[in-house]
Design a protein around this ligand. Structure first.
Ligand SMILES: [Zn+2]
Ligand SMILES: [Zn+2]
Length: 535
């Protein structure tokens, strides 16, 4: 049998694994690549397999970096079944059409400009119809109940504690006389996350394909409610708004849950809270109607509040674009939660445009920000950002609240693996930027005492009983080289900024000299920006 790594290899997004056994081909996840231009370009590439030859897909969870290319797969001939949990199907039925809508309007926009420039017509990656077709192929399974997506392969979904419906997959593959057991972690949540249950325990496996998003980090343990309350109260005092770019699925509901608790406890005033994302509105409804996945605390609250987990008088859901635009003319203070969580699309762009330049406002970044995203630039202290073609100066207070992560950190992952009763043969470390994957791989070999491998895009593990080898691929060498170059440039940029501030401190006494040097520095900075965006 063969296991090929076709995404989330040395990068976070685009999760996709191909399993070939006998005459059958099975995918685990079929995610979209997100982040920098270079990473996104993978979405346009041809699949390294024929979609019509894929018999089934097993989907860990609804996040687009795991499910986002299912419409493309369907459009290109896939006719099998997509196996997932109930809430994953419900969430995909809003996430995939939304992603298709973005694809369609991006293509439309490019064509509008392109036609004027005499360029060829661009087709969207997939359409809303393709997304609907993909959802129609979804078949739901309960957690803990084994199913067989193709003959010889048995899978069980286990609670991953990452977002509603999220599962890790226990997979048994029968190849002739050989049985090989796999765990595909999908994304693993940190224990004690609000609302949803903790990740289930790991069963023994030969190979574990693990995510490593926070493989080199430790989540700060601190009182998030207290910090949120402080930010809200401080912003209210300054007379500004609190803008929160929040992933529509998961983070928005967690934040609402916290706000509800804080208002009930009198820790923050009852100011208007707007959820301004049609997707977040729907995702919140799905969260409120799937109480089976709640943890004990959430279940108790759900029962106490008359079977409604979030129930606030000051909470408003905006539906239309007009209602959204109207928020920009309303009096402060208010809290606006909007998507996308990485600030690279959606209504959040408008709210950032109208609030980033106001020093009385606050922006809370409460989630993972991919390299190249506007969110990442804000976290890294950018003084200006480009939003919808407009340069916006950053005056608002930017808070980076890290502990909200829906991903387990290094120690939490190691503790989770450590409960394994048998040592696996190898950990394949995926779904992480290379530094994170390397640190986690190192820690796994030290603490768990197991072989590790960080696959490149296209690498294939061929497994026959106790024997297994890796066939290395050259499918994405150019991209990886470019990514390394980009990382090097980013390092140079941070060195440059350090040097710049040193120089600035030294020359403050001579205004003329300072102005001349500043001009040169800005020129250099502009050149570096061009280099980086060129990548
Ligand atoms: Zn996820
Ligand atoms: Zn993911």
């Amino acid at each position: 049998m063969k296991l090929t790594f076709l995404g989330a290899a040395r990068t976070v997004t685009g999760s996709c694994y191909l399993i070939e056994v006998g005459n059958y081909k099975l995918l685990v996840d079929c995610g979209m690549f997100q982040g920098s231009k270079l990473v996104k370009a993978f979405n346009e590439k041809e699949f390294l397999f024929n979609p019509a030859e894929i018999d089934a897909v097993v989907l860990t969870h609804a996040h687009v970096d795991h499910s986002g290319l299912l419409p493309k797969l369907t459009k290109e001939g896939f006719k099998g079944t997509i196996h997932c949990t109930k809430s994953t199907k419900e969430l995909c039925s809003i996430l995939l059409p939304d992603s298709a809508h973005i694809q369609e309007s991006d293509a439309e926009e490019m064509n509008r400009k392109g036609m004027r420039a005499g360029k060829k017509v661009v087709l969207p990656l997939f359409t809303i119809d393709d997304a609907a077709d993909a959802v129609k192929l979804m078949k739901i399974h309960d957690f803990g109940v084994e199913f067989s997506p193709v003959p010889g392969v048995k899978c069980t979904f286990k609670i991953a504690g990452h977002i509603l419906g999220s599962a890790f997959i226990q997979m048994k593959v029968q190849d002739g006389k050989d049985t090989t057991k796999f765990i595909f972690t999908g994304d693993i949540g940190q224990p004690n996350q609000p609302i949803i249950d903790d990740p289930a325990s790991l069963e023994p496996a030969d190979f574990i394909i693990t995510e490593s998003t926070y493989g080199n980090r430790k989540h700060e343990a601190y009182d998030k409610e207290a910090e949120l309350a402080e930010i809200v109260n401080d912003t209210v005092k300054r007379g500004g708004n609190v803008i929160i770019p929040a992933f529509a699925v998961g983070r928005t509901q967690v934040l609402l849950y916290y706000f509800q608790k804080m208002i009930a406890a009198g820790k923050i005033p009852e100011i208007p809270i707007y959820v301004d994302s049609p997707m977040a509105n729907k995702a919140t409804e799905i969260t409120l109607t799937n109480p089976d996945e709640y943890d004990e605390e959430a279940r108790a609250l759900y029962v106490m509040q008359g079977r409604r987990l979030v129930n606030m008088q000051n909470l408003h859901f905006t539906a239309t674009a007009q209602e959204s635009a109207a928020l920009n003319h309303m009096d402060s203070p208010m809290i606006i939660l909007s998507a996308s969580g990485m600030c690279d699309a959606g209504r959040i762009l408008h709210h950032l445009k109208h609030n980033l330049w106001r020093k009385e406002c606050s922006v809370i970044i409460a989630g993972y920000q991919a390299e190249g995203s506007v969110g990442r630039k804000l976290v890294e202290g950018a003084k200006r950002v480009k939003l919808m073609g407009e340069e916006i100066t950053v005056q608002a207070k930017i808070y980076n609240m890290k502990g909200f992560s829906a991903h387990a950190d290094k120690e939490q992952l190691i503790a989770w693996y450590d409960a394994l009763k048998e040592t696996p043969r190898c950990f394949f470390v995926t779904h992480g930027e290379i530094d994170a994957s390397m640190v986690l791989a190192d820690e796994i070999s030290k603490k768990i005492g197991t072989a590790t491998y960080i696959p490149h895009f296209g690498d294939c593990a061929e497994i026959h009983g106790n024997e297994w080898i890796i066939h290395e691929s050259t499918a994405a060498q150019e991209e990886e080289a470019a990514m390394e170059l980009k990382a090097a440039l980013a390092n140079m940029e941070s060195d440059y900024l350090k040097q710049k501030s040193k120089v600035e401190q030294i020359i403050t006494r001579d205004a003329d000299k300072a102005a001349a040097i500043k001009k040169k520095m800005d020129k250099l900075r502009k050149y570096m920006d061009e280099l980086l965006s060129d990548l």
